[in-house]
Design a protein around this ligand. Structure first.
Ligand SMILES: C[S@@+](CC[C@H](N)C(=O)[O-])C[C@H]1O[C@@H](n2cnc3c(N)ncnc32)[C@H](O)[C@@H]1O
Length: 198
C-alpha cells in the first residue's frame, strides 16, 4: 500500500505521485514543444521522454546524459524510431559535437537540480538552440514531495528564473504546476546575442 504525505503547501500526495503524473506530464511537454522538430533532452536518464517524443510525435530527439547505464538498446527499436533518436553520453556543459542552432528546443526533466554550475550548462545550450528556440525546465521544487522522498537540494521557481535570465534567455517564466509539486520554467534564445549577454 502506498503512503500519502502532507507536504509544505499543505497538499496531501501519495509517494507514487511523480510516477502517476508522468504520462500527463509527458503529454504536456509535447504540447509545449509542439512547434519544435529537433529537440535536445538534457540529462535524459533512460531516454523515456525522448522515446515518447519520437514515437508519438515524430520528433527528432537527441538525449544527452553523463552516464549511459540506462540508455535503451536502439537495436531493439523500430527503424522509424531509430532514425530519429540519438542517446549520447555527454556532459551538457560541452556540446561541441553540436553545431550552432542545431536544435529547435531543449528540455530538462528532473535534471537541473542535479547539474553542477547550471548557468554554464544553460549558456552552452543557448548556443545550440536556434534563435527564438525554447528551453523548458521541469523539476522538483523546494518544499515538495521530492524533498521528503529523496532529500536532495531543489530550487524554488524564482531561482530557476534567475538562472535562466543569467544564462541569457528572454521571456523567462517559472511557476508551479501539478498541485505545486513540479516547477515548469521556460525561456527563449534571444534574437540578438547582445540581449543575451547584457
Ligand atoms: C534524476 S535523473 C532524470 C533523468 C530523466 N530526465 C528522467 O526524467 O527520468 C537526472 C539525470 O541528469 C544527469 N545529469 C546530471 N548532470 C548532467 C550533466 N552535466 N550533463 C548531462 N547529464 C547530466 C544525471 O546523470 C541523471 O541521469
Amino acid at each position: 500500500m502506498r503512503t500519502a504525505r502532507t507536504v509544505e503547501n499543505g497538499t496531501r500526495v501519495s509517494d507514487g505521485f511523480y510516477e502517476e503524473i508522468r504520462p500527463r506530464l509527458y503529454r504536456r511537454i509535447a504540447r509545449e514543444l509542439q512547434e519544435a522538430g529537433r529537440v535536445l533532452d538534457l540529462g535524459c536518464g533512460g531516454c523515456e521522454l525522448a522515446r515518447f517524443l519520437v514515437s508519438r510525435y515524430g520528433k527528432e530527439v537527441t538525449g544527452l546524459d553523463v552516464t549511459d547505464g540506462s540508455f535503451p538498446d536502439l537495436g531493439q527499436m523500430d527503424d522509424s524510431v531509430r532514425r530519429r533518436l540519438r542517446c549520447i553520453k555527454a556532459d551538457a556543459r560541452r556540446l561541441e559535437f553540436l553545431g550552432d542552432e542545431a536544435a529547435d528546443a531543449a528540455v530538462a526533466t528532473w535534471a537541473l537540480h542535479e547539474m553542477d554550475r547550471p548557468r554554464e550548462i544553460l549558456e552552452e545550450v543557448r548556443r545550440v538552440l536556434r534563435v527564438g528556440g525554447e528551453l523548458l525546465i521541469v523539476d522538483f521544487p523546494r518544499g515538495s514531495l521530492a524533498g521528503r522522498l529523496w532529500n536532495e537540494k531543489y530550487y524554488a521557481p524564482e531561482e530557476v528564473s534567475e538562472i535562466l535570465e543569467r544564462a541569457g534567455y528572454e521571456h523567462v517564466s517559472a511557476r508551479l504546476v501539478e498541485r505545486g509539486q513540479v516547477i515548469w520554467a521556460k525561456g527563449f534564445r534571444p534574437v540578438s546575442e547582445e540581449a543575451a549577454t547584457s
